[in-house]
Design a protein around this ligand. Structure first.
Ligand SMILES: [Zn+2]
Length: 499
């Protein structure tokens, strides 16, 4: 009897010790790295001076080879060590200045950059650069080094090399600094090119809604018309070389940037001349998910050859399909471009409940390295920008296109069985003539799914025999509702005169 009591006592003590250790561990891994950090920006220029624009870029290609640490490629499965470099990765920056407001836009060849890392970038930006607001976006590239921790050698180990991560963050700062150094008078031409998604991108989840159009801000020198650079927006997962590729590549984002600058070339022969300048690619509403999977056959418009099997040639075909449209548009665009491009920024911190047990566990075992603020919530950010007649919704993750363009449904079998909450669609809320959406902006919260389409419990959507893909990589079912509300509120701040 005494032995039994002793055993029970021992067991209780053990359980208590384990619970305390677990709590202590959670307190450590989920601690807020930036206590007190809060963004609340509202700037609106009413009396703009002529626009100035500058561009910068920094090579962030990892070193691969004997004697170098392994480079773990992000996206798809774990254990994908890079074996070489097909083409270089970059952090690119555009800085815009209307005489009152100076805005920095950064696009990075990366799977995703957490908000904590965006804060680290901002903390490194010298005050002398005079930037009032900076948005840092990942292109969501699936052939780049892991910067989120989920794609190490196995499911238990992070793939993030802290030295490389620091290099990328510093690269963002240098790109911004270079762009400020290049500031010069500029005009802005805005273009919106309708694109048929067939043969380029597919949607893997109902409802089938895309964000297929190309949106473009083209900055030129006043007078000469010489191209300084541009901002391209399109929406698709950069994962064209697919899951077995072990070569670092900027994917179609790099093809677009290079094609616009240097022209379209095959075997050294110029098929279409380039524009010069520095071009940034920003990804859009890629949730749901938008992909050039092996099921999509892409026609190379110059080789007149079809590519289905994943390859770098398929990537080139996809990129050049888009570059061709952009170069054609630049050739026919006779707009003089605006010299007066007033800028506005409306941005705020957003706290998102972290309800995904997988993400919590990944934090506990040291994969996801980001703080909670407060506990079980992550600090994130939403912004609405106005760049003359353009607006930009900066969304911290992979938003489903129906939230942006309309078509959210009360999906049969959904967990909540509710009418769509996130209405009207974001593009109806946004002001201006050309309405951009930057996805993975200032954070990567994973998929942003309409609450009325959220599904983890049976019965499953549309009578399926298992849960759809998406929720497993999402913070939770409240994310879309919170974001929609925040954008609605910020739009008011980006249109009404500031007080
Ligand atoms: Zn994704």
């Amino acid at each position: 009897m005494r032995l039994l009591v002793q055993a029970l006592l021992g067991l209780t003590v053990l359980v208590l010790v384990l619970a305390v250790a677990l709590l202590a561990r959670a307190a450590w891994v989920f601690r807020d790295r930036f206590p007190g950090y809060e963004v609340s920006v509202r700037r609106l220029t009413t009396n703009a001076a002529p626009l100035r624009a500058g561009f910068g870029r920094v090579n962030i290609t990892p070193e691969i080879g004997p004697g170098k640490p392994p480079v773990w490629i992000a996206g798809f499965d774990q254990g994908r060590a890079a074996t070489g470099v097909h083409d270089d990765l970059f952090a690119l920056a555009a800085v815009l200045d209307d005489g009152t407001t100076r805005l920095g836009l950064v696009a990075v060849d990366s799977i995703g950059i957490f908000h904590d890392d965006v804060i680290r970038v901002r903390q490194q930006i010298p005050a002398s650069l005079g930037l009032h607001y900076v948005v840092v976006c990942a292109t969501h590239n699936h052939s780049t080094p892991d910067l989120m921790g989920l794609w190490g050698p196995d499911v238990f180990r992070s793939g993030v090399n802290p030295t490389y991560r620091d290099r990328v963050l510093a690269g963002c700062v240098t790109a911004l600094s270079n762009a400020v150094g290049e500031l010069q008078p500029a005009t802005l031409a805005l273009m919106e090119l309708p694109v048929d998604p067939a043969g380029l991108v597919t949607d893997t989840r109902k409802p089938l809604v895309y964000d297929p159009d190309l949106r473009w801000m083209l900055f030129r020198k006043p007078g000469s018309g010489e191209v300084l650079g541009s901002v391209v927006g399109w929406a698709n997962h950069p994962e064209t070389p697919w899951s077995r590729n072990t070569e670092i590549t900027a994917d179609f984002c790099g093809v677009i940037r290079d094609g616009l600058e240097q022209g379209i070339r095959y075997d050294g022969r110029v098929k279409m001349p380039g524009l010069g300048g520095t071009h940034l690619f920003f990804n859009g509403a890629v949730g749901g998910l938008m992909t050039t999977s092996p099921s999509v056959t892409v026609r190379d418009p110059f080789l007149e050859e079809d590519f289905a099997k994943p390859s770098h040639e398929k990537t080139r075909a996809l990129g050049n399909q888009l570059v061709r449209r952009l170069l054609d548009a630049a050739g026919t665009n006779r707009e003089p471009g605006s010299l007066q491009v007033p800028l506005a920024v409306s941005a705020r911190t957003l706290r998102v409940p972290l309800e995904n047990p997988g993400f919590l566990l990944a934090g506990m075992i040291g994969l996801l390295d980001r703080g909670h603020s407060p506990w079980m919530q992550v600090r994130s950010e939403v912004a609405v920008l106005r760049i003359g007649d353009a607006s930009v919704a900066c969304i911290p993750g992979e938003i489903y296109p129906e939230l942006v363009n309309g078509g959210v449904v009360r999906a049969p079998g959904g967990d909540f069985d509710i009418e769509p909450l996130e209405v009207p669609p974001l593009r109806d809320l946004l002001p201006g003539r050309v309405k951009f959406l930057f996805g993975l902006a200032n954070d990567e919260l994973g998929y942003i799914i309409p609450k009325s389409e959220w599904d983890t419990r049976a019965p499953f959507l549309y009578g399926a025999d298992r849960a759809p893909y998406g929720e497993v990589n999402s913070a939770g079912p409240e994310t879309a509702v919170l974001l929609h509300g925040a954008v609605r509120e910020l739009v008011a701040g980006a249109t009404a005169p500031s007080r």
